[in-house]
Design a protein around this ligand. Structure first.
Ligand code: HSE
Length: 313
């Protein structure tokens, strides 16, 4: 028996929404879980790279293909919940989401593995349980929740492990330009540069921005959004790991119709939010800055994927 799920990429944080805001994007991974019938076959993990320059992604070769694999770990949590052990399973990942680029590739495979395993087990876990397990496996909810549900979602993992979320409607004419550089940044490295504690002024700054951001999205207020897309909790610490980010942000700051430039998740991809037609100018600016730093990039203007993980029939 095998089951496959298609799961979207996600961009998390959107500036001030560190570890709580994320939206789904139309780039997908397909994760298949197969219960092998032969006893003692153990665990098998196969990853098929299906994105540009995939052969250059070293990270893929270091993906564990045993019980240390994140998909296996998430699947194991689910099996344990129903008193079983996934001793013999095959995990196949068809990966179109670039890896280690801040686009939720790990969240997608965790979610796909979990949902496929849940199906194989007869759906013992409801949505709330899946959200909790996926969040625990990933460590924060902002990628896994929109990967499961689709759209733009704000979420919080509570002390008891439950996940509270609310959806927001992304304004139809706000464009999301995702700029993916040819260098990688592992999330654990990007999180390791963050301080344990932040100054109260910075915490207050982000609380204000996040409140503005939610209202700006809700009321499609571009002017407010322009002030809202600022952050002091993670981007200032991560700038040094994303060469070109500061320069691109600065170059687009006064560009008409650009609402903001943020690091996508833990980086290194950069997301530019804009409205109306100045996409050409955005592409040109990003390319110029990264060209000067010898960075090649893939730039795509995308819509929000409103659907979350779905079963592949
Ligand atoms: N909120 C997370 C971070 C997203 O910024 O580290 C990474 O996947």
């Amino acid at each position: 028996m095998k089951v496959s799920y298609k799961v979207p990429a996600t961009t998390a944080n959107l500036g001030p929404g560190f570890d709580c805001l994320g939206l789904a994007l139309p780039i997908y991974n397909i994760i298949t879980i197969e219960e092998t019938v032969m006893p003692s076959t153990g665990i098998e993990v196969n990853v098929m790279k299906d994105f540009e320059n995939a052969e250059l992604i070293e990270e893929l070769d270091s993906i564990p293909n045993d019980k240390d694999n994140i998909v296996y770990k998430a699947v194991e949590m689910l099996y344990n919940l129903v008193g079983q052990d996934p001793s013999e399973i095959k995990i196949n990942i068809k990966s179109s989401i670039p890896i280690a680029k801040g686009l939720g590739s790990s969240a997608a495979v965790i979610v796909g593995g979990l949902m496929a395993a849940n199906d194989l087990l007869g759906n013992p876990a409801d949505e709330a349980a899946l959200l909790s397990i996926a969040t625990e496996a990933e460590g924060h909810p902002d990628n896994v929740v929109p990967a499961i549900l689709g759209g733009l979602v704000m979420s919080s993992m509570e002390d008891d492990g439950s996940v509270i979320y609310r959806r927001l409607d992304w304004p139809e004419d706000w464009h999301i330009t995702v700029c993916i550089p040819d260098f990688e940044l592992a999330t654990n490295i990007s999180r390791s540069v963050l301080p344990e504690k932040v100054p109260m002024e910075d915490a207050k700054f982000n609380a204000r921005r996040l409140a503005m951001l939610v209202h700006a999205i809700d009321t499609v207020d571009a002017k407010l959004m322009k002030s809202a897309l600022e952050d002091r909790l993670h981007q200032p610490y991560r700038e040094k790991l994303v060469p070109g980010f500061k320069e691109i942000k600065e170059a687009l700051k006064h560009e008409e119709n650009v609402l903001g430039t943020v690091i996508s998740g833990a980086g290194p991809s950069i997301v530019i939010i804009s409205q109306k037609n100045n996409i050409e100018k955005i592409y040109q600016t990003v390319k110029e800055v990264w060209d000067n730093l010898n960075v090649h990039c893939d730039i795509r203007t995308l819509t929000v994927e409103k659907c979350g993980a779905s079963k592949v029939e």
